[in-house]
Ligand binder design. Sequence first.
Ligand SMILES: Nc1ncnc2c1ncn2[C@@H]1O[C@H](COP(=O)(O)OP(=O)(O)OP(=O)(O)O)[C@@H](O)[C@H]1O
Length: 304
Amino acid sequence: MRGSPGRRLCRPRRAGTLGSVPPDAVAASGLTKRYGPQWALRGIDLSVAAGECLALLGPNGAGKTTTVEILEGYRARSAGSVRVLGVDPDRAGPAWRARIGIVLQDATDQGQLTVAEVVHHFAGYYPAPRDPEEVIAAVGLTAKRAARVAGLSGGQRRRLDVALGIVGRPELLFLDEPTTGFDAEARRDFWGLIDALRRQGTTVLLTTHYLEEAERLADRLAVIAGGRVVADDTPAGLRRGPTTVSWRAPDGRPCQRETTGPTQLVAELAAAFGGEVPQLAVHPPTLETAYLRLLAAAGEEAVA
Ligand SMILES: Nc1ncnc2c1ncn2[C@@H]1O[C@H](COP(=O)(O)OP(=O)(O)OP(=O)(O)O)[C@@H](O)[C@H]1O
């Protein structure tokens, strides 16, 4: 169980006062990691401003977990500099660990305890925890508060993982694929919960394979491929790209063109057809197409 009972949290700092720029919550530069002969990270530069939500995206094996675990202080780096809440995670102690929250898959194996017992128990590790009952309600487990952990469904277990990650009132919250196994309603509820934590000033670093989730939650997206950051931008910035226009030719052939001037192309098509363009469709760039294009350019296969 990575990083659970030893964590100690304290109240989050107020984000951004007038006239002062708070330091980045996360700042990594030239981060490398080698497993034996294999390079997993080849020079990662990454920053997360205080109060910001950054989503790390990338195909399987890209280096997301390695990066995050170095930031969490659970893996040693091979080279590079890292500051998390102003401290090098390699040298951080319990006071630092008290300020971060980590939502892991299966954060607890205490299957014979009830949901309420586990959340109250974890709250006891922190100096200024949230009210455990409020946390149980926030993750939608009130109806299951007296149920044993072993009897929870996969999605309910995941909600409990989230509860344990936030009960200590972390300044910086690491979310590792937090909604895997959630149904659609649970995912919406979870997004609302993260919105509420952000309003309280919590900084969030999220890894996910769900592009919709990244787009919905994150201020910025960093795409990692082959151990490098191949893009770091806002969702709107990443989406920037050509629009796809499709139609049917007079002989019935499907036609498609990518263009940065869709209005002009549609006007030309309308003139050429003398009016209605058969099966005309205009598709603005999506995050998915931009992401797949990025990975193709980076020579990676997307397994998202
Ligand atoms: N303990 C380890 N020993 C050796 N190689 C490892 C170890 N952990 C990770 N790797 C390798 O490092 C690379 C990056 O792995 P990492 O788990 O960081 O990727 P990831 O982006 O989190 O992938 P996923 O989306 O599948 O979780 C992969 O090639 C992986 O095989």
